[in-house]
Design a protein around this ligand. Sequence first.
Ligand SMILES: [Zn+2]
Length: 426
Amino acid sequence: MLGDLDPEGVIRWRGDVLRFDATGQAQVLCDQVVEVHAGGSFGPLRAPKAGERVEHDCRNCLIAPGFIDVHAHYPQIDVIGSPAAGLLEWLEQHTFPCEQRFEDPAVAQDAARRFLGEMLRHGVTSAAVYCTAHPHSVDALMLEAERRAMAVIAGKSLQDRNSPPGLLDDTENSLRDTETLIGRWHNRGRLRYAITPRFAPTCSDRQLHGAAEIARAYPGVVVQSHVAENLREIAWVRSLYPKDRSYLAVYDRFGLVRPHSIWGHCIHIDAEDRALLEAQGAVAAVCPTSNAFLGSGRFDFAQAGFAWALASDVGGGSSFSPFRTMLAAYETARLGGVYLRPGTLWWHHTGAAAQWLGWEHCASGIAASGWADFVVLDPCTTPLLERRWQLAESLDEQLFALIVLGDDRHVRHTVVAGRVQTPTPP
Ligand SMILES: [Zn+2]
């Protein structure tokens, strides 16, 4: 019966449902029927009727909101796990050479297909993504996202200095291309465009100024960039912008720190930077596996009074898995003296991310009228997690067991806009 529509065009899923309230408090509703309309939205949750047969019987599984990854680089899928002494060496030795190959549109198309496939396999249904400097790299990703009905924010990397041949922008062309791409992709279905200065060291004043002008002209467009990731990078920014108070202040001077803007890392920031992020309604993309892998430092959860959401930062990050990211965030917080509850970690990788990005269509999780983006998690596919799951005496313990022991083997289905995406449909 898999995939069969009932006469009203509704597909029904049955299982335990993980939900969050507006403050991120987790709750499980046992044995529910989740109705999904043919158009891709959720119907109301309800108890099963006596003797009811459903298209997808997932009892003993957890039906949970799809994960949202707020910072990842699709061109870097093939540099994941490349060792280097630090961020700048890693960019030079592995990342830039890899991104140069995206001059060939076929390389971009192949990477986009594999990257989104990998995200879905790990239960990620939406993401904010960096492309390369090549405009066609945006087309490749957006087309693949559209084919899968995924909500994706993405943009062409802006970099008109300190970049190798093949990635070095002509300033005026890069700004023109950005506007063309906004016209082509922004608000097309579930897609949104992100103006994407790679990071301050690779952007001239003119390019940052132009990026901010475009951002002002298109208020719904997202701005995403990197800030305060690594100490050597920060020293470099200081030498390039000696008059600015901080790295974040450089972007702010141009008007780029604004509501729903996404700032990768935010590790080495101070009280003024934190106040600025909060005042502007900007979002920190917290990338704990990347920060550990590249030895960049630890995000300070104790002082995060501003919006933050979790991200893989593939390929500086070492895994596509939200479970790995949540565990790394937990460990990072723990080393900083902060205890993050499992529901909090989960919330900052799902509904909170959607809320802060203004993605209302998936902010409410599994609730009537939202887009039906969800994962079906089966804790019983590995013996250790199965046992730990059964021994758990509270929801916190269950969620924590999944965070610590879970991986792609436990993602039975990933569903986007009501359509089963993994296992890959025939
Ligand atoms: Zn990044």
